[in-house]
Design a protein around this ligand. Sequence first.
Ligand code: ADP
Length: 832
Amino acid sequence: QKYNDGDGISNLQLEDLVGLIQNTEKNILLLNQARLQAMEHADKILKEKEALQRKINILETRLSETNAQHKLSSEGNVSDSPLLLEFDVLKEDNILLKEDIEFFKTKLIEIAETEEGIFKLEKERALLDASLRELESRFIAAQANMMKLGPRDAWWEKVEKLEDLLETTANQVEHAAVILDHNHDLQDRLDNLEASLQAANISKFSCSLVDLLQQKVKLVEDRFQACNSEMHSQIELYEHSIVEFHDTLSKLIEESEKRSLENFTGNMPSELWSKISLLIDGWLLEKKIAYNDASMLREMVRKRDSRLREAYLSYRGTENRDVMDSFLKMALPGTSSGLHIAHIAAEMAPVAKVGGLADVISGLGKALQKKGHLVEIILPKYDCMQVDQVSNLKVLDVLVQSYFEGNMFNNKIWTGTVEGLPVYFIEPQHPAMFFSRAQYYGEHDDFKRFAYFSRAALELLYQSGKKVDIIHCHDWQTAFVAPLYWDVYANLGFNSARICFTCHNFEYQGTAPARDLAWCGLDVEHLDRPDRMRDNSHGRINAVKGAIVYSNIVTTVSPTYALEVRSEGGRGLQDTLKVHSRKFLGILNGIDTDTWNPSTDRYLKVQYNAKDLQGKAANKAALREQLNLASAYPSQPLVGCITRLVAQKGVHLIRHAIYKTAELGGQFVLLGSSPVPEIQREFEGIADHFQNNNNIRLILKYDDALSHCIYAASDMFIVPSIFEPCGLTQMIAMRYGSVPIVRKTGGLNDSVFDFDDETIPMEVRNGFTFVKADEQGLSSAMERAFNCYTRKPEVWKQLVQKDMTIDFSWDTSASQYEDIYQKAVARARAVA
Ligand code: ADP
């Protein structure tokens, strides 16, 4: 999972780049500090120079007085002996003074030389200015390059900061230039003084004043030298930091060029392969190419055949026909080792997400695609889905007809890529407008809506002539696929696939009066039997039961939950699961480590990783500010909770956790919403109660961006579920360095191991758990967590770092799915 095969730089590379930028920032900050000090010195010099100037003015006045006296004496009576005497003394003084003036002149020449040095410095500054401008233009070019790689907001923020720093630096250089100008002024005035001295033919000038002048000149000279060397060292520092900045920029540009080169050459992103795949399917559905050609081309896509890639890239932007012809020329028979897998589901993250199911579809899909399988997703085209999360969304020039309630209905087929996966969106042209209801679930006719969708999805696969190896359906909404496939489509010769059904939550089984099964073309009489689709405890029909009976593989989302559902956790299906136990297993879900990655997460104020937890503290501070929480004590523990507020999630324990956190002196942030009006109202009451409390905040809505910020900001994360098939939030929390406090049930039991449990190896202990679903159990786990957090900060830090490095990626789980798929396909081929 170290590799982001989407649109940008790898995480590692990005971390390097961010590191380089941080170094540059530090250097520029150092430079600025040195510069500020130098500016202070320069100001002092300026002040002293002004004082000197005042003295010079006094001298000038006295000089004119002396001049006048001299005139008087030369016009006066020469025989006046005291005056003559004074004149003689003055003459002597004059000679001494001339010598002094000579000395003064040489000093002025030396000052002029210093001036020359300053001129040189100024020239260097001009050169640096020019190189700064060049860097800026290279920087803009680099920006343009980066833009091509897609938005990376946090990264750009850093780049913008760098730009600001550069601007400040340029301003300071200008300030230095102003000081140099002052020096020029001073020099001019000294020149004037010299000229007036000569003109006045000084006769009387006090030695002490000359001394004073000399001392001041010396002082000025020293100051010049100090300023000079200060400027030199600053310029060296400046040059050094510019070289570093230059290097960083060059590396960034190099990276970006390399990346864009990779994207269009050897390592074309899966997004583009998905586009090619959708292109081929579109041609087939539109009957522009034959089934066999489409199969061969799909196989080439799966194998990432470079000829296909080159043809696609070279014909991009030209007529579709040209691309198609060049593809067809390459369609050669071949054998396949990878599988063709089609997921039919009601959710997919981030385009249509309600809960964990959505994360599984994209996470598992991407992991299987990375393993070399051809993966496709079929979803309903909801009016409320996040269309901005779909690339290249377009409607195909074909209508797929599907059966429902005795009629055939047209379906518009949309294609696009989501997270690099090819996705089909089915838009039924049915008067009931099944998926234009502004919500995903919760409609009075949900059973009908999804029975329709299951049928239309299979119809799409059938009509596209695909030879799919695995059709993977999920939860009751697409459970109809299993009986439909074997009872309807296999009879039509569409039987190459094996069916895998995953139940993400046995709480929801999709039951209805038996007759409703006929809507999608299933035979009620044939299926309304205790060993087929009839519900085990009442006379209705049960969609999940049908999928268990009719699928080749049945899975659920964690090993512990797979055990639990074999008893009362099965919500009435335990006996069915026991009967079909040989094909039933629990595979722990993973999380999408590209989406959930604190070191690249664009929603975060500051990205961070296990080695650098300062960013985590910054996110905590940012969330506190955002939610108007007290921020006086950075180390005050923050407890997070992100959940659907339903009975399964232990709503009474969540409520208790809020009060317990307040009692323990922590802060609590809840992000959640409830489809159950009473629960929603209850939590609105709690939210109101705490509205003026600056330690508790309840945000009762669905907000993906905020969820990322809460994971990053929290120190602890509460999941007190009554039952939890897998649960993703505890894994996401750990990846963001938030230590989970969970009830030991289902997937929580398979992913969180108590920190104080000495029967468990230390290296796997990663959180705090409790067994009984009561307030006492939760309180004691919370107390232990708070205790560790406040009393042993070093131990806590190590725990946080350990949690952040646990591998929760889909890699291992996807391998398990790959294994069971392959076994099912091999069995099918063996009997064929
Ligand atoms: P379930 O599927 O039972 O809802 P999971 O733990 O498997 O629970 O998955 C929950 C997913 O939904 C996580 O990705 C979580 O971050 C997200 N989620 C839950 N509630 C919210 C919310 N109010 N706002 C944003 N994301 C949420």
